[in-house]
Design a protein around this ligand. Structure first.
Ligand code: PAF
Length: 280
């Protein structure tokens, strides 16, 4: 296992690998790795000669009132898990290493990033696309694996790669859940036992909405309203529950085939997201 802390050494190493004909798969993460991340590493392992994991809590995707300072960190635990799953390289820059002090360039997607999380976190995706573009240029990957828990993030990055001609295949990976249905997230560790059991209402309400909409697509709005009511009745504060066409990230039309029903809700101070993607 090689661990790099600086951009230049990491990029140098990646370029040498490319020159020697090796294929590279990158798994970008913010650390505090759980089984969801492990599934991404396992997919990357099947794809390429060299698996790289980046671990960086990216300040530019957090708004000033968000949880950047208290975001959970466990570097030693993360390294052990990466070794366990056969990753070859970790890139873990210190906070001050990733951006130059006078950095003034952003990478921004301006359409798919607008609804859902983009509405309540208006600077979030700009931070994500900027750091992911930098990670792509540093790691030189042929493949990059992103979990579908943040499906919007996955779509935005696919769009960035297409529009800016990054020679990289984005591999969307299935969302991983605990046995009781809660979507795995590093932020689940903020939840009390009571909040955690109430938070199961997010997935349950999404499944109910999906069943209703598949049976009758005319019932979309009512199904979403019911999902919001279920989460609220469980003590959650709904940020959004919406349905969008996966391709356009706009409200579905008669032409829509694949849709996403996505939710974000607060339990206590913890904001959780979840979604179901399905064909109409
Ligand atoms: O999904 C995440 O953990 C982050 O948004 C990412 C892609 C690592 C960028 O910081």
């Amino acid at each position: 296992m090689k661990i790099f802390k600086t951009r230049r050494e990491f990029q140098q190493y990646a370029l040498e690998l490319k020159r020697s004909g090796k294929s590279i798969a990158l798994v970008p993460t913010m650390g505090f790795l759980h089984d969801g991340h492990m599934s991404l590493i396992d997919i990357a392992r099947q794809k390429a000669d060299v698996v790289m994991v980046s671990i960086f809590v990216n300040p530019t995707q957090f708004a000033p009132n968000e949880d950047f300072d208290r975001y959970p960190r466990d570097f030693d635990g993360d390294v052990a898990k990466c070794i366990d799953h056969g990753a070859d390289v970790i890139f873990a820059p210190e906070p001050g290493e990733m951006y130059d002090e006078d950095a003034s360039v952003w990478v921004e997607e301006i359409r798919l990033s607008k609804p859902l999380c983009g509405r309540s976190r208006p600077t979030f995706y700009r931070g994500v696309t900027t750091v992911v573009a930098k990670l792509f240029l540093l790691a030189q990957p042929d493949y990059a694996v992103f979990g579908l828990k943040d499906a919007q993030q996955c779509f935005v990055i696919q769009k960035m790669v297409r529009d800016l001609d990054f020679p990289i295949e984005i591999i969307p990976a299935p969302l991983v859940r605990d046995a009781d249905g809660l979507a795995l997230s590093s932020r689940n560790r903020y939840l009390s036992a009571d909040e955690r059991s109430r938070a199961l209402s997010i997935h349950q309400s999404l499944l109910a909405a999906k069943t209703e909409i598949v049976a009758n697509r005319e019932s979309m709005d009512e199904a979403l309203e019911r999902a919001r009511a279920v989460i609220t009745a469980s003590g959650g504060r709904v940020d959004y529950v919406d349905i969008l066409d996966c391709r356009t990230m706009e409200y579905p039309t008669s032409k829509s085939t694949q849709v996403i029903v996505a939710a974000a809700a607060f339990f206590g101070t913890t904001r959780l997201i979840d979604n179901e993607i399905f064909d109409l």
